[in-house]
Write a protein that binds this ligand. Structure first.
Ligand SMILES: NC(=O)C1=CN([C@@H]2O[C@H](COP(=O)(O)OP(=O)(O)OC[C@H]3O[C@@H](n4cnc5c(N)ncnc54)[C@H](O)[C@@H]3O)[C@@H](O)[C@H]2O)C=CC1
Ligand SMILES: N[C@@H](CC=O)C(=O)O
Ligand code: NA
Length: 336
């Protein structure tokens, strides 16, 4: 299966690392998963026989630009790569823009028009024009998967659509941002200040390109919109979410909460069609009290009753795990 990776930052490189490490497993169980093009802000590297992924990662880490890939690097936009390079699937992992959804929205729609399936981790277009994307994928008869867009490696979207199929999901409540959970956990355990921990989060590759999206709750807001639209049949946008972030939370506030048997977590919830993101006091012994970059989601359903899922919500390899599962789904769904 031939793949194009659009965006080669923390997640794009994570996808390349996972495809490289799992190359024998994939060949034995499915077929060769070949990356025929990679783009970033500098340009593109293209090889129809498959790029050397270790070399691509090395070039990116050393020079910051995929265009420096020897002999195969060239000045070419992502759109032109999508239009002109023959491939089965586009993996779209450019930064999430929660105002315009660009450039990802155009990349995704252009992929559909060029009969390419899409796997994305990008929340922008999903939070702003979910219905349009689904309709366009149907119109061009291509598969569109986005498990990585909510909760990273934590199974939630495909779990609801496949394993909980037939259930009515009455409410969802949880921690859906790994960066803020990492910050709140380090504040609670080590009393570290905000800036120090945020710097660590960026080095771990878990924070957004614009980390205020994490801190101000906008990333969580985008994710509950995606859940509301993709698994609860709603038609919401990020403007429908009441959002408060964690910038005013201090180690002292968490210490005081602990003394009363609580901790503080950034909670996103969808209930009775209301979408809310805010820091909340959570009992220390609650299933919602998960640590570090972990995410957790509590579903209330009509048939399965309460279902709780936990998983790593952020991180290059963890997120690439969700992207790989969507790629394998597309392989299985399209190979005769
Ligand atoms: N970091 C994480 O743990 C997770 C990130 N995501 C999402 O994955 C996406 C990527 O995130 P990161 O890799 O962390 O961001 P990043 O900032 O590390 O990388 C973004 C990449 O996109 C490239 N880029 C920007 N504009 C481009 C364009 N027009 N054409 C081609 N490439 C372009 C940049 O050069 C860079 O290589 C974002 O939408 C993010 O919300 C989703 C789940 C987890
Ligand atoms: N920055 C996000 C990345 C995953 O969506 C987070 O911290 O959860
Ligand atoms: Na997920």
């Amino acid at each position: 299966m031939d793949i194009i990776i659009i965006g080669f930052g923390a997640i794009g490189k994570g996808v390349a690392k996972v495809l490289y490490e799992k190359r024998e497993y994939l060949k034995e169980n499915f077929e060769e998963f070949k990356v025929v093009a990679i783009t970033d802000s500098s340009g593109a590297a293209i090889d129809e026989n498959g790029l050397d992924l270790k070399k691509a990662i090395d070039i990116k880490e050393k020079t910051g630009k995929i265009i420096n890939y020897p002999e195969k690097g060239r000045e070419m936009s992502s759109i032109d790569v999508i239009r002109n390079v023959d491939a089965d699937v586009v993996v779209e992992v450019t930064p999430s823009n929660l105002e315009t959804g660009e450039p990802a929205k155009t990349h995704i729609l252009e992929s559909f028009k060029n009969k390419k399936h899409v796997v994305t981790a990008n929340k922008g277009p999903l939070a702003l024009c979910y219905k349009e994307l689904i309709e366009e994928a149907k119109k061009y008869n291509v598969i569109f998967r986005h498990e990585a867009s909510v909760g990273g490696a934590m199974p939630i979207i495909n779990l609801a659509k496949e394993t909980l199929a037939g259930n009515e999901i009455l409410s969802i409540r949880g921690i859906l941002n790994g960066t803020t959970n990492y910050i709140l956990t380090k504040m609670e355990k080590e009393g570290l200040d905000f800036e120090t921990i945020l710097k660590e989060a960026k080095e771990l590759g878990i924070a957004e390109t614009d980390p205020t999206q994490d801190i101000e709750g906008l990333d969580t807001a985008a994710k509950i919109v995606i859940l509301a639209n993709s698994i609860m049949g709603m038609n919401k946008t990020i403007k429908d979410v009441k959002v408060k972030g964690i910038s005013r939370i201090t180690p002292e506030a968490i210490f005081l909460a602990n003394k009363r048997g609580y901790t503080i977590k950034l909670i996103g919830q969808i209930k009775d069609k209301y979408l809310i993101v805010e820091p909340m006091l959570i009992p220390i012994d609650s299933p919602l009290n998960v640590k570090g970059t972990l995410n957790v989601a509590m579903f209330e359903t009509d048939l399965a009753k309460e279902v709780v899922v936990v998983g790593r919500g952020a991180g290059p390899i963890e997120t690439a795990s969700a992207i790989l599962s969507d790629l394998i789904h597309i392989y299985q769904a399209t190979r005769k």
